[in-house]
Design a protein around this ligand. Structure first.
Ligand code: BEZ
Length: 211
């Protein structure tokens, strides 16, 4: 069954390029991103893994671990890793799950048979410290993801987990945010001392509270 926002991210134990991983234990108290790659030694996946490796420090800053999955075995991933480092400029610095049995891909409904019976789509699952799924993305094999967008949504998720706010269209870190409807004007004054810009009763902005 499809995994929905708010569901507990299914736990699993799997072999990876960095040894055996028990997913929930490996996540610890932080955030995690599990993302699928249709197949080893494919061009788009190679650029994606290199691009996420290059931005790993940004995920570290956000207390967020990365883990990839592809439906080939660890031995294949290890050979592919060399190509990723050689061609993308950054050695791979997070684990790839060996999923030749499709255990993890099936658990997370990453194989969409009307797209392909054998390869996963490009799924992204952001998991919070409570092990619940906070965000999902699904791209077809032909469309590479945007690492900056994944960092942007992570910032939004972490901000709205810490404060009663939401983020508007095209928001990026540092922009004003929307005060949640659950907060009265009166409470907003104490919760958001940097000020309230009221456009409508239901549309109120405040400077980003953690900046
Ligand atoms: C790729 O990563 O380039 C790719 C993988 C599977 C199907 C199509 C493209």
């Amino acid at each position: 069954m499809a995994i929905r926002l708010g569901d507990v991210a299914p736990d699993f134990t799997a072999e990876t390029t960095e040894g055996t991983v028990s997913f929930h234990e490996w996540l610890g108290d932080g955030w995690g991103i599990l993302f699928s790659h249709p197949k080893d030694f494919t061009p788009v996946c190679t650029t994606e893994l290199g691009g996420f490796a290059a931005r790993k420090a940004e995920f570290d800053k956000r207390n967020t671990k990365l883990i990839a999955v592809s439906v080939d075995d660890v031995e294949s991933h290890n050979r592919w890793k060399n190509d990723i480092g050689e061609t993308q400029g950054t050695p791979l610095n997070f684990p790839i799950i060996g999923d030749e049995t499709k255990k993890v891909s099936d658990l997370y409904d990453m194989i969409h048979p009307n797209a392909s019976d054998t390869m996963t789509v490009r799924s992204v699952f952001v998991v919070g410290p409570d092990k619940k799924v906070k965000l999902t993305l699904t791209y077809p094999a032909s469309t590479g993801r945007n690492v900056e967008e994944v960092i942007r949504v992570l910032d939004s998720l972490q901000l709205s987990a810490a404060f009663p706010v939401a983020t508007p269209l095209n928001w990026k870190d540092g922009d004003d945010v929307i005060v949640a409807l659950s907060v009265s004007d009166e409470d907003a004054k104490t919760k958001f001392p940097k000020g309230l810009r009221k456009v409508k009763d239901y549309l109120r902005f405040t400077p980003q509270p953690n900046k």
